[in-house]
Design a protein around this ligand. Structure first.
Ligand SMILES: O=C(O)C(=O)C[C@]1(C(=O)O)C=C[C@@H](O)C=C1
Length: 221
């Protein structure tokens, strides 16, 4: 059962890379989850490069450029830029959680730290960048499924066992963060904003609710 879903995700990723026709609904979700895992695995290489060079985990300028590009590419394929940007903010946060976790591990056990990491600018970032447009396109194809949060979450729960296969706790938790916005209604579609003074607390509560309801699909427990 598990190996069948692993194969399904593998086939979807192959189809994507080979440009074989548009994927819709649950298949688009499988593909998107597969690419989010791929992106998270690249965070290990980013972490290695930054650990060895001492560069900080957060690069605000790079984040800004990436989100700008996501906004443009979203508009280019016909996806609301806010949806693309929201999803990619989560990918960035998830990647940073992996980087921080690995740095903490390596600090605690220096013998396990990487010695010859890839070059960030020429080796890792171009690979991260190549995932951006395919992910944006899949977000668009997810379309109708995203508007049905119940069905969307069911599809996410079905995709979860294959997605988490081979990931340790750090990466599984980060994947939960990366996928949190996928089936969550857009903020604009929610109830009207509370009065300004109450807004920050309410936003925090919404985020926590989303993280427990959609970042850790039922099957992961
Ligand atoms: O490119 C980097 O420096 C990364 O660490 C990757 C990444 C990302 O996920 O795209 C994550 C954190 C940084 O703040 C900027 C971008």
């Amino acid at each position: 059962m598990r190996s069948r879903s692993v194969w399904r995700v593998a086939l979807v990723v192959v189809a994507l890379v080979a440009g074989l026709g548009p994927l819709q609904g649950p298949e688009a979700l499988d593909g998107l989850v597969g690419l989010a895992v791929r992106r998270l695995r690249l965070a290990d290489e980013v972490a290695a490069a930054k650990y060895v060079t001492g560069a900080p985990v957060t690069d605000a300028a790079r984040e800004r450029r990436l989100l700008e590009r996501v906004g443009e590419e979203s508009a280019g394929v016909g996806l609301a830029p806010a949806i693309g940007v929201r999803f990619f903010r989560a990918q960035i946060e998830a990647g940073k959680a992996v980087q921080r976790g690995l740095h903490a591990r390596w600090r605690a056990d220096p013998a396990s730290a990487p010695r010859r990491p890839p070059d960030l600018a020429t080796g890792v970032r171009p690979r991260l960048d190549r995932l951006t447009l395919p992910m944006v396109r899949l977000l668009l194809r997810l379309g109708p499924l995203r508007e049905e949060p119940g069905r969307c979450r069911d599809a996410l729960v079905r995709a979860w066992p294959a997605a988490r296969a081979g990931l340790d706790r750090l990466h599984r938790d980060a994947l939960g963060v990366a996928l949190a916005p996928l089936c969550a209604p857009e903020p604009a579609a929610r109830a009207p904003e509370p009065p300004r003074s109450a807004a920050p607390a309410a936003a925090g509560a919404g985020r926590r609710a989303c993280l427990s309801a959609c970042a850790r699909p039922r099957a992961s427990r």
